[in-house]
Write a protein that binds this ligand. Structure first.
Ligand SMILES: Nc1ncnc2c1ncn2[C@@H]1O[C@H](COP(=O)(O)OP(=O)(O)O)[C@@H](O)[C@H]1O
Ligand SMILES: [Mg+2]
Length: 294
């Protein structure tokens, strides 16, 4: 199977191209989102993709969208058999990796919930003793569980790197009420995923969500608790103080750190064995999540 990296259909004009997803028009209120096989890290897209990754991401998100009943989401149709023309004419492109969604006015913040200290959060804590303006107790170890789940939003930049911000910064932009709501609902979604996955021996360390306004109401959009947007750790091998074994994009980031790429210029292609191993990890977490809800 060849990776689906770019979609060019002369009769269909793209609305937008994200790092991983392409957006296509349906009607005034709806659009179609395709998860391609592109992979990005440190906000750069790699020249080669991971064949089948988009299908995995789409499946995982759709499971969560169906399971999470306490907030509305953007899904209108996730079954290709019910897609309208012209999309129905291109199963090789759209099948199993596309959804039809409600168009929303996106809230331009990434809503991050963290249960464990790792990655950018661990770095910020070591430098400042806090994460996104939240003071933390001294002496936390790498990958340690926080006493309480944190909400650590970031700006969503169209170009360049997203920036961690405090909830107070967010409040200045979208107001106190919506910011507090996003903080609570983000943590609730995280805890839902964390508790469901615990039974499968997986630790959900953190996750990033996006939301949009739809008829004045905040709804969940984009993708939910996938290995692109979340950290999944092997519960059996987990030990605070060391870097956990994960089923997510961390594998790519760790590989990058062994290469000379400066993270500030177009990246070189990923080697085949890294592509294959990443696919295996993504597929393994899909199977585990499917198993939880069987
Ligand atoms: N229902 C929706 N309404 C409006 N925008 C959406 C919706 N669902 C997803 N999006 C946006 O579509 C884009 C999806 O592309 P993606 O590759 O995930 O982008 P990114 O590079 O920001 O990760 C993102 O900009 C996301 O915010
Ligand atoms: Mg995205």
């Amino acid at each position: 199977m060849k990776p689906l990296i770019s979609i060019d259909i002369p009769e269909i004009k793209k609305l937008y191209q994200g790092k991983v997803r392409d957006l296509f028009p349906v009607d005034d209120e709806h659009m179609l989102i395709v998860s391609t096989d592109r992979i990005s890290a440190f906000d750069y897209i790699f020249p080669n993709g991971i064949a089948g990754k988009g299908i995995i991401l789409n499946k995982i998100s759709n499971i969560w969208f169906k399971q999470i009943g306490f907030i509305k989401n953007h899904i209108v149709e996730d079954n290709f058999s019910n897609f309208p023309a012209p999309y129905s004419n291109y199963p090789e492109i759209f099948k199993d990796r596309s959804i039809i969604v409600k168009k929303t006015k996106r809230i331009d913040f990434e809503c991050v919930a963290r249960g464990y200290i790792i990655g950018g959060g661990w770095k910020e804590y070591q430098e400042k003793g806090e994460i996104s303006g939240i003071k933390l107790p001294a002496g936390l170890e790498m990958a340690e569980k926080f006493p309480e789940t944190l909400f650590t939003p970031a700006t969503k930049e169209d170009t360049g790197h997203d920036m961690n911000i405090s909830i107070d910064f967010m409040k200045k932009d979208i107001g106190e009420k919506d910011s507090e709501f996003l903080s609570e609902i983000t943590k609730e979604v995280y805890k839902f995923g964390r508790d469901k996955l615990e039974a499968a021996g997986i630790i959900l360390a953190d996750t990033k969500l996006e939301f949009g306004y739809h008829n004045g109401e905040i709804i969940l959009i984009d993708e939910v608790m996938t290995p692109d947007s979340s950290r999944f750790w092997d519960g059996k091998l987990y030990k605070k103080g060391s870097s956990p074994v994960s089923y997510d994009k961390q594998f790519i980031r760790d590989y990058i750190d062994t290469t000379p790429w400066d993270k500030n210029s177009p990246p070189p292609p990923l080697p085949d064995e890294i592509v294959d191993k990443t696919y295996e990890k993504y597929n393994e977490i899909l199977l585990k999540i499917e198993n939880v809800f069987k």
